[in-house]
Design a binder for this molecule. Structure first.
Ligand SMILES: O=C(CO)[C@H](O)[C@H](O)COP(=O)(O)O
Length: 262
């Protein structure tokens, strides 16, 4: 990959690049999944290869594990790490309380386990992911394959009983077959439009038999690094609000691929 980045990729890149600066020698770092998290992994790989940064990474999916190894990051399992200093991951939506919808890339289960096992979770996102109310992005929930249609019916019944506006759900597909997560499960995408009480919904969904986890991340994220297409980055902290705005240069992106032969 080379050449000019699109504005959205520039926004993702600058958010990732700024967040990579938070990673220090010796840290155990949770590595998210998705296109923004992939930029982060490439930036960290460059820091490992060129600056001698010493970290171990706990990936949140098989594809992130593959990329991390490819760029030179030492990969360990969560059970080996036990507890992490920091997790950096993307998101599909974030609101003013830094609550999130995640799972657009299908990795929500490992992502939630890894983020929750971290001292700090930093989300990297382009500005378009910011919303006043969560829910325009379909909310992914991971369900076990056994009886998934029964689980789907129970989920829809629950949404009706909670007076949630949108109640339809769709099984995520991969071509002609149901999408299968790294854990061997399926994903239902809930089309809700607006989630009035995400905290309550997150708790209730996880009570339904067959539901393994939902993509609402409540009180997990500490900081969001927001990237803009013109290179601006904004760092927003849950306790302190906006703590920094800065600008990042794009010139360096080719280096992220040069050593990898892409
Ligand atoms: O939750 C995720 C994967 O399960 C991703 O972080 C989320 O979908 C955002 O992806 P992208 O950075 O490609 O927009």
């Amino acid at each position: 990959m080379s050449g000019e980045l699109s504005p959205i990729d520039k926004a993702k890149f600058v958010a990732a690049k700024r967040a990579a600066e938070l990673v220090e020698d010796g840290m155990r770092v949770g590595l998210g999944t998705g296109s923004t998290a992939a930029w982060l992994v490439r930036c960290l790989g460059e820091m490992v290869r060129e600056d001698g940064l010493k970290i171990t990474g706990v990936p949140t999916s098989a594809r992130t594990a593959e990329l991390a190894r490819e760029v030179g990051i030492e990969v360990i399992t969560l059970d080996e790490a036990r507890w992490l200093d920091l997790t950096i991951d993307g998101a599909d939506e974030f609101d003013g309380d830094l609550n999130l919808i995640k799972g657009g890339g299908g990795a929500l289960l490992q992502e939630k386990i890894v983020a929750t096992a971290s001292d700090q979770m930093v989300v990297i996102a382009d500005k378009a992911k910011e919303v006043e109310m969560l829910g325009a992005f379909p909310l992914p929930i991971e369900v076990i394959p056994f009886g998934w249609q029964t689980s789907q019916a129970l989920v829809e019944e629950t949404l009706i009983s909670m007076d949630v506006m949108g109640r339809s759900s769709t099984l995520r597909m991969n071509g002609a077959s149901p999408y299968v997560t790294d854990e061997g499960n399926h994903i239902l995408d809930l089309h809700l439009n607006r989630i009035g009480n995400p905290r309550q919904l997150a708790l209730v969904l996880n009570q339904i038999p067959g539901v393994v986890e939902n993509g609402l991340f409540i009180d997990i994220c500490d900081t969001v690094v927001i990237g803009y297409g013109d290179g601006k980055v904004e760092v927003r902290d849950i306790n302190e609000g906006t703590i920094e705005t800065d600008r990042i240069d794009f010139v360096e992106t080719d280096n992220l691929f040069a050593d990898l032969g892409e």
